[in-house]
Design a protein around this ligand. Sequence first.
Ligand code: PLP
Length: 390
Amino acid sequence: MKKIYFDNAATTATHPEVVEAMLPYFLDIYGNPGSIHSTGQEARAAMEEARIEVKNLINCPEKDEIIFTAGGTESDNLAIIGGSLANSKKGKHLVTSSIEHPAVLETCKYLEKEHGFEVTYLPVDEEGRVSPLEFADSLREDTVLASIMLANNEIGTIQPIKEMAGLAGERGVIFHTDAVQAVGSIQVDVQELGVDLLSLSGHKFNGPKGVGALYLRRGVRIRPHIHGGGQEKRRRSGTHNTPGIIGLGAACRLARENLLQKAMKMVYLRDMLIEGIESSIDEAFLNGSRTNRLPGNVNFCFPYIEGESLLLHLDLKGIAASSGSACASDSLEPSHVLLAIGLPAATAHGSLRLSLGIDNTEEEVQYLLKVLPAIVQKLRAMSPLFSVKG
Ligand code: PLP
């Protein structure tokens, strides 16, 4: 059976051109970029080229403003812990939203618990948007840093980041955005957004896993939290993951070259899925925004059924999808994002996320639309909640 992959928000296939770009850095040019000999220096030169690719993708002015990390989680940790601790003379208050990825939420909780910070978790509206007015009201004299994600990983909602970054800037508050789901999917321009810190991760846009970057605007201070040999201008120690970094650079180049084309294809397939599901399944409702939405994100709730059963039935038909976030999908807790947009826990349990990638086709979408209604019908027929209602 041919496998259909609709879980690109969890991770993507590494692009063959990315793999090809990486291979020499395992096999031939394996020198340490910190070494003086030519094998090391060749690796360093390629790494600096990759830095330029990252910089170009997000329109960052200087390549030294890009710090390589081991992915989105580390970038979020470095931004939030590093930014908060380096500037805690100003105060110990942070602002974030209630729908952030655990890489942000757990980091904020760590700062509350271990460093005495106070955190405001802003609510969101039914589409998953933070209100800039509420954001402005939450900023205090002692607010050091705010972290609001650019696009949500579960429901695809895109936040008014430029507005909030502007408000933070006026109050001297450092502004971080987790752009892990946005980079490579929509245009992301750090100058246009006016952010101080931005996290991205290679494996979300056809790069390798375990490598990412943090944009750190010149002049903004962070305290490093990995100590050692002083790599990355003392901001992130550890021998560079050269093949990974080269792969990240190649993925950034491909993303920049194909962004518009990819987004147009994703929007076409996404809307076909949304319309198809809405017209064929009773009481199915779309989570998130119809307008401020990532091109490749579809998230539905199907009342009376469990998302996990849905995933297993889809898997039997060769379709990989997710319910709640990938990172939380081994837990049976309802998604904190769906609860935050106001869904009751029972409804939040019946969610399905279909996230599209560059390899998905119209035929795959049509196949899903053919099999999904029957699966939902079958599960509802077995559901005590459905029979009570019926
Ligand atoms: N932030 C968001 C919004 C994500 O979706 C993810 C991954 O799912 C992360 C952070 C963590 O990124 P990584 O898997 O590269 O650590």
